[in-house]
Design a protein around this ligand. Sequence first.
Ligand SMILES: [Zn+2]
Length: 103
Amino acid sequence: MINAKITYHCFHCQSEDIVKNGHNPKGKQQYRCKHCGRGGVLDPTVAYTEAEKERIINAYYERPSMRGIERVFGVARQTLAVWLKKSRPRHPRHLSPRDPMTP
Ligand SMILES: [Zn+2]
């Protein structure tokens, strides 16, 4: 017999005082935290590891198009856009050439 007990914590405040709160469209169990009132998915699927993200982001800075990245790596452009926003502070030298606000 395998008897595993998993204790889930709130991702926001680490409280154990969480309750089930339905499922998201993908069928993942969601929770709501009674302590901070926030919620989320109980065990989020990690689609890309940090190393994979890094590799794809670095590939993007070699200047292919976002659609090119999408075709090669199968990562949605929207996902890539989110990563790029988050990764920008670490790549300040890449900021200006691709910044659409720059004339
Ligand atoms: Zn909480």
